[in-house]
Design a protein around this ligand. Structure first.
Ligand code: NCD
Length: 324
């Protein structure tokens, strides 16, 4: 990764992705220690700025920062002066004035994290902006696939060529899908989007993907089935006549799970709506990597923060010396 910020998977390129995944291995090792913490970012402050609801992403970034011994500042739009009419720019400049090294930004509008870079000298990480991108989700997804491949076939490897990955659901409104399509195809995977026409982007020009509305036709050929939530807050629900019908045509039902290839993996970024995109019991099958994705999110976000803030001379992962 070259720049100071992480706004898009495109900022990383294939090499950058591989570098982050390797670094995440070190943080996985740290997580297994009795005190799962290293001093790498002692003295640095990481602020999480979430202007939109989140459970896992915010907690994941905060856990990642704490494992690096950074101080964490947490901002939540619903309890802030934004409610009193303060502008986004004034909010950012206020937080910047307190002296922060990184701002982790989530916002319902695409492009906000990029705007924020003009108003602060901190590193900015996009934690999900509108329908645009969610780069750390894509990184943790790649990490999880690489880990699972490693377990079934030896050493973890980041060459995904030959893998066919189906992304199923509300692709149109999904920043996760955009970042995942970029990252997975950079690593060599073939991506198939599976959705009703209304939930695909209006144009797929420039997307390195195939698309179909027939899940059953591709199901048996997929190595990974990646399910997406219907983005009700982004009009996804309005484009669907009926959720039961959606489940019948595009849901990963128990019957469909039974027709998956033997080693196929099931993934979902969460929050998962059981009974819509995935049958309740399918989410808990051994093939489902959902909780692993969450666990790996902490390792990958530690790697991103380390990479952006520790500098080239940063010691990778020394032992914590006890007083942190
Ligand atoms: C996703 C998001 O917010 O973009 N969730 C997440 O970060 N794990 C997906 C979603 O909300 O459906």
């Amino acid at each position: 990764m070259s720049g100071r910020h992480l706004l898009s998977v495109a900022d990383l390129g294939r090499q950058g992705i591989e570098e982050i995944l390797r670094l995440a291995d070190s943080f996985k090792e740290v997580a297994g220690r009795p005190i799962p913490r290293v001093p790498a970012l002692r003295g640095k402050t990481v602020a999480t700025l979430f202007f939109e609801a989140s459970t896992r992403t915010r907690l994941s970034f905060e856990t990642a920062a704490k494992r690096l011994s950074a101080d964490v500042m947490s901002f939540s739009a619903s309890t802030s002066s934004l409610e009193k009419g303060e502008s986004l720019r004034d909010t950012i400049e206020t937080i910047d004035a307190m002296g922060v090294d990184a701002m982790i930004v989530r916002h319902r509008s695409s492009g906000v994290p990029a705007r924020v870079t003009a108003w602060t000298s901190a590193s900015v990480v996009n934690a999900g902006d509108g329908q645009h991108e969610h780069p750390t989700q894509a990184l943790l997804d790649c990490y999880t696939i690489r880990e699972a491949l490693g377990e079934s076939g030896g050493r973890p490897q980041t060459d995904f060529s030959g893998l066919r990955i189906g992304i199923v659901g509300d692709v149109r409104h999904s920043r996760v899908a955009r970042s995942d399509v970029l990252a997975l195809s950079l690593l060599g995977a073939e991506v198939v989007l599976v959705a009703p026409r209304t939930l695909l982007p209006p144009s797929l020009e420039g997307w390195p993907v195939k698309a179909t509305a027939d899940l059953d036709a591709v199901l048996g050929e997929l190595d990974v089935v990646y399910l997406l939530r219907i983005q009700a807050e982004r009009a996804g629900r309005l484009l669907l006549p009926d959720l039961d019908e959606y489940h019948a045509r595009f849901g990963l039902t128990r019957e469909r799970a039974g027709r998956l290839a033997e080693r196929a993996l099931i993934m979902h970024p969460g929050p998962m709506i059981r009974g819509v995109e995935i049958a309740p019991e399918v989410a808990d099958l051994p093939a489902s990597l959902v909780t692993r994705q969450v666990r790996n999110g902490v390792f990958v976000r530690s790697a991103v923060l380390f990479h952006l803030l520790a500098g080239p001379a940063g010691a990778v992962v020394g032992e914590e010396d006890g007083d942190g």
